[in-house]
Design a protein around this ligand. Structure first.
Ligand SMILES: [Zn+2]
Length: 189
């Protein structure tokens, strides 16, 4: 896999534990090695795979910034997001590990009945900072929302086939819905 030079985001599949030994900045989930960070992949001679964040001056978040993050938890009315990076500065980690929230009223325009029908644990989202002090995010705009998701049943990658807000698992064909970004599945934004 020619991923050595690319920037990866949290949750990106890097390879299997048969191919690589997990090093820093990655996690092993049922034999699939994925990135914990936004950063650069390196593979040693002994096939140890690592992701290193490229920390320069840590960006400070402000209102209107667009960030990439991963859903860590879903409560009744809020989704907890760990912010991975600031758009336009994908190769830099945010100053500290920052947790933000998306309130159910800021997920999309219109009424949301159940937050878990819009966002799910492990989803990677693109969201806008609407309150920098309390780190509140919004995914209302068309370009915002889920950009990457995995199947709840088998953890396979969900693919968008242009069918509304419906995603389909590439492995088990399970269908799931999300508040999708129009950039879903396009990779780095
Ligand atoms: Zn599946």
């Amino acid at each position: 896999m020619e991923k050595e030079k690319g920037i990866v985001v949290p949750g990106d599949f890097l390879g299997t534990s048969e191919e690589f030994t997990p090093g820093k900045g990655v996690y092993d989930e049922n034999g699939n090695i994925c990135s914990l960070l936004t950063g650069v992949v390196s593979i040693s001679d002994k096939r140890v795979i690592e992701v290193q964040s490229k920390v320069e001056t840590p960006p400070v978040l402000k209102e209107g910034d667009v960030v990439i993050g991963k859903i860590e938890d879903i409560k009744d009315t809020v989704a907890i997001v760990s912010i991975a990076c600031l758009k336009g500065k994908e190769d830099r980690e945010i100053a500290t590990a920052r947790q933000a929230v998306i309130h159910i009223s800021n997920v999309k325009s219109g009424y949301v009945n159940e937050l878990k029908n819009e966002l799910c644990h492990f989803d990677v989202v693109k969201a806008k900072v609407i309150d920098a002090k309390n780190l509140r995010l919004s995914t209302e705009e068309k370009s915002l929302g889920v950009i990457k998701a995995i199947c709840k049943r088998c953890k396979g990658g969900l693919k968008w086939k242009g069918n509304g807000n419906v995603l389909e698992c590439g492995l088990c064909q399970q269908r799931e819905v999300r508040k999708l970004s129009e950039d879903y599945g396009k990779g780095i934004v």
